[in-house]
Structures are given as structure tokens and as C-alpha cells.
Design a binder for this molecule. Structure first.
Ligand SMILES: O=P(O)(O)OC[C@H]1O[C@H](OP(=O)(O)OP(=O)(O)O)[C@H](O)[C@@H]1O
Ligand SMILES: Nc1nc2[nH]cnc2c(=O)[nH]1
Length: 183
């Protein structure tokens, strides 16, 4: 597949690379202020959060520890399966630590509500969420992220870590797919 055919698959670009990086810089400044004087463990949720983790953690002008969790709730389609499983747990003991969970999207909220309750049971000093995107209309579970890049309409989006059938994660922008891609 060449680069132009990838671009042809997008029907609408919601956020460009420049807009995303600017938003993450703003978020980093807020995180630095809020966690001043505190140690911070930043936890990325594989695999979608790889781009946000890379750019947000580099935007942070302070020491942080990083770790990763992999959970599965979507399979390969566009609908949540409703069941969350841990595929890879943290390597870090989080008891007494300030934890910031980084994800690229909150859709139904199922993944992060489950993850936050799981992490909270490990006696951290605090657990908060930073997400680049949130779909308020799709939210079915109580999740209150401390940091949100943008609220978006209830549409399936791809790019910048977000996949459709494992493709499009490597796009620098975020957009919606043309109908022909699904058929
Ligand atoms: O709010 P929800 O409806 O639970 O959806 C959000 C979750 O969906 C995506 O992960 P996905 O399960 O697609 O896995 P991936 O990160 O490996 O692509 C995303 O990274 C979130 O973790
Ligand atoms: N690619 C992708 N994955 C998701 N997981 C939950 N919502 C979405 C979405 O809109 N796009």
C-alpha cells in the first residue's frame, strides 16, 4: 500500500500532527504544575497509547517513571466486546505512587473504568487519567479523566495509535475512514 492510498482512506481529518503536538505540550505544562514536587509514574495503555506516550512523555520537562499495561476490550472490530482482560501487567509496584494512566481515547469508558478500579486496589497514592480524545456521547461507564485533549463526536477514528484492523496506527494525524474501507 503506498502513502497516497492511505490518505485516500480518510474521509475527514479531525486533528493534524501539529495540532496534536500543541495539545500535548499544553497538557504537559498542566501535568508539571499539578505534580510539582511529587514523583510520578506514567502508565501507557498498549497498544493505542504508544504515540501519545512518546510525545507526551517527551513534552514533560521533569523526571517521570514509565510503565505499560496491555488490556483488550475491542478485538479487531469497531465495537467494544464488553469484557476487559489484562494481556500484560505493570512491571512496577505502584503502592504509594502517583500514577497517571495515559490513553489516546475514552469511548464507552469500559477499558479505563475497569483499569482505574484495578489499579486503585493496589494502594497507589493517586491514580488519574490523561486522554487525548474523549467521546462524551458514547460514555457508558463513569470515567473522569483529569486531562482531556479534545471531546469528539461519536464516530470511529483512526491514526496516531488508533487502528482499524491493526492498520492506520502509524498515521501522524487523526481522522475518520471512508465508507469503502469498511466494505
Ligand atoms: O472507552 P472504551 O470503549 O473502552 O475504548 C477505549 C479503548 O479502546 C482502545 O483500545 P483497544 O481495545 O482498541 O486496543 P488497542 O489499544 O490495542 O488498539 C483505546 O486504546 C482505549 O484503551
Ligand atoms: N481506532 C479506534 N479505536 C477505538 N477504541 C475505542 N474507540 C475507538 C475509536 O474511535 N477508534
Amino acid at each position: 500500500m503506498d502513502a497516497s492510498s492511505v490518505e485516500n482512506d480518510l474521509v475527514n481529518i479531525l486533528f493534524t500532527e501539529e495540532e496534536i503536538l500543541e495539545k500535548l505540550e499544553e497538557m504537559a505544562r498542566r501535568i508539571e504544575a499539578d505534580y510539582e514536587g511529587k514523583e510520578l509514574l506514567v502508565v501507557g495503555v498498549l497498544r493505542g497509547a504508544i504515540m501519545v506516550m512518546a510525545d507526551l512523555s517527551r513534552a514533560l520537562e521533569r523526571h517521570v517513571e514509565t510503565d505499560w499495561m496491555a488490556v483488550s476490550s475491542y478485538g479487531s472490530g469497531t465495537k467494544s466486546s464488553g469484557v476487559v482482560r489484562i494481556l500484560k501487567d505493570l512491571d512496577t509496584d505502584i503502592s504509594g505512587k502517583h500514577v497517571l494512566v495515559v490513553d489516546e481515547i475514552i469511548d464507552t469508558g469500559l477499558t479505563l473504568s475497569w483499569l482505574i478500579s484495578n489499579l486503585s486496589s493496589r494502594a497507589p497514592a493517586s491514580v488519574e487519567i490523561a486522554t487525548l480524545l474523549r467521546k462524551p456521547e458514547a460514555l457508558a461507564m463513569p470515567v473522569t479523566p483529569k486531562y482531556v485533549g479534545w471531546d469528539i463526536p461519536n464516530e470511529f477514528v483512526v491514526g496516531y495509535g488508533l487502528d482499524y484492523q491493526e492498520r492506520y496506527r502509524n498515521l501522524r494525524c487523526i481522522g475518520t475512514l471512508a465508507p469503502h474501507v469498511y466494505s
